[in-house]
Design a protein around this ligand. Sequence first.
Ligand code: MTE
Ligand code: LUZ
Ligand code: MOS
Length: 754
Amino acid sequence: MKNIDSYTHTRGESIYLDDIPVVAGTLYGACFDSPVAHGKLISIETAEAAKCEGVFRILTYKDITGENQIGGIIPDEPLFADHHVHFCGMPIALVLADSDEHARAALHKIKVNIEPLPVITDPREAAAKGELIIPPRKFKIGEVDTAWAGCEYIFEGQADTNGQEHLYIETQGAYTIPQENGVIRVYSSTQGPTAVQRAVSKTTGLPMHQIEVDVTRLGGGFGGKEDQANTWAALCALATHVTKRPVKYSLHRMDDMRMTGKRHPYSSDFKIGLDKDLKIIAYEATFYQNAGAAADLSPAVMERTLFHCTNSYFIPNVTATAFCCRTHLPPNTAFRGFGGPQGMFVIEAAIAKAADELGIDATVIQQNNLLVTGNELPYGQKVVSEANECWNEAMARFEFEKTTKAVETFNASNKLYKKGVAIMPICFGISFTNTLMNQSRALVHVYTDGSVVVSTAAIEMGQGVNTKILQVVAQTFSISPEKVRVNSTNTYRIANTSPTAASAAADLNGKATLIACETILGRIKTVAAAELKVDESAIELKDEFVYANGTKTEWDWKKIVLTTYNKRVSLSEHSHYSTPDIHFDKTKEKGHPFAYHVYGTAIVTATIDCLRGTYEFDSVNLIHDFGTTMNKIIDKGQIEGGLVQGIGWMTLEEVVYDKNGKLRSNALSTYKVPDIYSVPKEINIGFLQTQKDNLAIFRSKAVGEPPLMYGIGAFFALRNAIKNFNPEAKTEFNAPMTPERVLMNLYAKKLVTV
Ligand code: MTE
Ligand code: LUZ
Ligand code: MOS
């Protein structure tokens, strides 16, 4: 089934925040944000700006009616800077004017006096100075200290990954409209309506029931709107609360890039030990996470780095330590993979390093250590593994031997073009690692004409979750998809929602929807059984008809629905789902945090132009563990999008802050994202379809985040190609591998003879 949004998307009719018809009297907001990364805020002068054309009012921390606090996990993030500024881009004042242009023009007249303080941008420096947001965490299995003695080979090194700009097509924003009795309706481009509701409640001082958050869809979130949509909603809602006027603020691209956090850069150390059969016996890793100036979601992101630090491999002795380092950058935040990719890059680097030193292909070590069912991960969960299944299927289906032979032949016969191949296996845990967040609710109404509306906590952001929810309804009632509508996500319909994140939205909300539909269906069947005078167990609903004892009756869906209503039986249900069997004990760092894991194996082939340092990806051939996919088109789209986003992170996208904490890559002219030319020339996706039972909705495993991590293979494919040109190059494990870096490595220590 096609994505239900494809029709309106194609026609440009889909409604995003900026498309909501503007109410008369609307004020437009624009933020004055800190030009300094760290300092004492001595004074804010707004008098001149207040005189500008169209300016209605200017708000600062002094106007906050509740608490000046929006920190979700830890209360360490003021909405408005009060006495200090902690990063460039931190909101200081909000101008409200009669137009966006007037609001922005007035910003130039605001003056601040800031006494600069020392700026830290590097996580290792922050750690050395004790600037940690939470105490370090350590995951441990076996005994690495004693295991080293049993290792034939031990290798050490460093691996660094940079940040990543979310670049959702729709920028951040909010539109708040006052209702009667002080209620505020908040339209927000958020993945977390309840997080927005809480932030608004806290900063305005209003109870949560006076705040209605409504979200139709997002033009992309990618994690960037899991927590960081709160700021704009809180600013607008505060403004509405104090002015009693509707307030709209939709960020311009450069403002969004400057003021919001990104994927966390990490700098990490590794030590890996193998026995003579190339089994990884011991692994030690230390992660320095660049959290930015406030906690935001960093502690949770860091936790997932630890969960995924051994990727798809079984390692009996592991110690992994992570530091959540406070720097003076905008608070970094959730981004597809949520710390997992950063952890996985380091183990892949460690394996590549070992392979370099041993003069073998990394694939030999990778294959030799893949997880098998029953293996225990460092956090205590035993896996049901598809790692070997995906690997073997990829080898066979895409004729890996042939590929490597062809690459060898190519490299032998070309001087200035070199190819490299790398394999990237993935293993990603599905569930919020914070167990309590794994719950959801759905509200289903069947109307008397037989049409159905469903509301859940899921946010549609292009990933197709609404289509999957609709499929659950249509399939459970056995009615045509046209009879079902998915409503906007609204905190008055569905309360206390977890954000749409962790790839778990279709599972959590799909399962809640399933429960609601089954409950209503049960009632309808009871009515049908009474009408047809048969046992309830003999009733079935199929293709919009009632079947009794396997025979089609003249009772169609519409008739039985209307009869159910006429009998005064409820055609509505509000249901609750919480993932069973998951738990995690943070005091022991052990448990069973994930409902299941998603596996896959990608084979990435790259060609480098060794004169220019530019490159192309010839192909990415992958086998992905879908469970039993409920929507092939959507899942394929998620794989392709995630893969290219991962390749971008690993190769092109370079977030640059200068030493004063100012973002230099602050526009699309200085920040390169993958375009159609960066997409691999061929992407072949093979489905590993398994019939095994799992906790996914209709056994269709979560697909949102895992494919991003296939992109890591791009880094190693390029590295292998470089090695072919220049065996002396000891290419550092420092992503992104931009064309500039490729060029430097191609000629590192190389005597150029032409
Ligand atoms: N796909 C699109 N088109 N747009 C997005 O913003 N976000 C990703 C992924 N795929 C995203 C996307 C992220 S970070 C997550 S967590 C999942 O979708 C969330 O949706 P799901 O739980 O329904 O998979
Ligand atoms: N968000 C979150 C996430 O709060 N917890 C998680 O475990 C998670 N995982 C992936 C993406 N977002
Ligand atoms: Mo996705 S990083 O869980 O929003």
